[in-house]
Design a protein around this ligand. Structure first.
Ligand code: ADP
Length: 197
C-alpha cells in the first residue's frame, strides 16, 4: 500500500560536501529519520562489534564497505517503517546499492522523492575535511581515522569512480537537483529547501 506521507530523500555529493550537517537539519525540519551509513559503521567500530571489526580496516583506508553488507543494513533499518520518511546520507554509493534500494523501496511502496546533489569544488573539500579533523582534535574529541589529507584524497577518488555514476542514475529518473554547496551552512540549507519546493 502506498502511504501518502512517505518521503524518501537521498543526499548525493562528494566526501566533505556537508551532507551530514544538512541532512540532520532537514531531518528535524521535515520529521524524517536520518540514515547515515558512515555514522552507523563508525558506531559499530566504536562498539567493537563483529561488523565493526570487519569494516574497520576499510574505513581507515577510505575504501568502500562491500555492497551486500550495506544493503542488509539498510533493509534492516527500513523494515516495519510506516510511514517511510527517511533521508539517506552516504547511501547509496554504488550503482548496485542504488538498484537494491529501488527494489526495497518498491516493496515498501515508497519511491524516491528527490535527490539533492551538493556540489563543492575539490580543493574546498580537502580543506574542509582536514579542518574537521583538526577541530575535533582541538576540542579533545575523537578524530575520524579517515579525516587526513591522504585518506580524504583516496575517498574522493573512490567517489569519482564509484559514486558519481549515480548522478546519471538519478538524473535519468528525474529525481536529481543541483545545489551549490559553497557558503555558510545556513545559505546552503536555504538552497536545499528552495529546491525541494
Ligand atoms: P564521507 O565524509 O567520506 O562522506 P561517510 O561518513 O559517509 O564519509 O563514510 C565514511 C566511510 O564509511 C566510507 O569511506 C566507507 O568506508 C564507509 N561507507 C559509508 N557508507 C558506505 C556505503 N554506502 N557503501 C560503502 N561504504 C560506505
Amino acid at each position: 500500500m502506498t502511504h501518502t506521507k512517505n518521503k524518501v530523500l537521498i543526499f548525493l555529493g562528494p566526501p566533505g560536501a556537508g551532507k551530514g550537517t544538512q541532512a540532520q537539519r532537514l531531518a528535524q525540519d521535515e520529521h524524517l529519520v536520518q540514515i547515515s551509513t558512515g555514522d552507523i559503521l563508525r558506531d559499530h567500530v566504536r562498539r567493537d562489534t563483529e561488523l565493526g571489526q570487519q569494516v574497520k580496516p576499510l574505513l581507515d583506508e577510505g575504501k568502500l564497505v562491500p555492497d551486500p553488507i550495506l544493503i542488509a543494513l539498510i533493509r534492516d533499518r527500513l523494515a516495519d517503517m510506516e510511514p517511510v520518511r527517511v533521508i539517506f546520507d552516504g547511501f547509496p554509493r554504488t550503482t548496485a546499492q542504488a538498484e537494491a534500494l529501488d527494489m526495497l523501496l518498491e516493496e515498501l511502496g515508497a519511491p524516491v522523492s528527490a535527490v539533492p546533489l551538493l556540489e563543492v569544488p575539490d580543493e574546498v573539500l580537502i580543506e574542509r575535511i582536514v579542518e574537521r579533523g583538526r577541530q575535533a582534535a582541538e576540542r579533545g574529541e575523537a578524530v575520524r581515522s579517515d579525516d587526513t589529507e591522504e585518506v580524504a584524497r583516496k575517498r574522493q577518488q573512490i567517489y569519482r569512480e564509484q559514486t558519481q555514476p549515480l548522478i546519471d542514475y538519478y538524473g535519468a529518473r528525474g529525481h536529481l537537483y543541483h545545489v551549490d554547496g559553497v557558503g555558510t551552512p545556513d545559505e546552503v540549507y536555504r538552497r536545499i529547501k528552495a529546491g525541494l519546493r
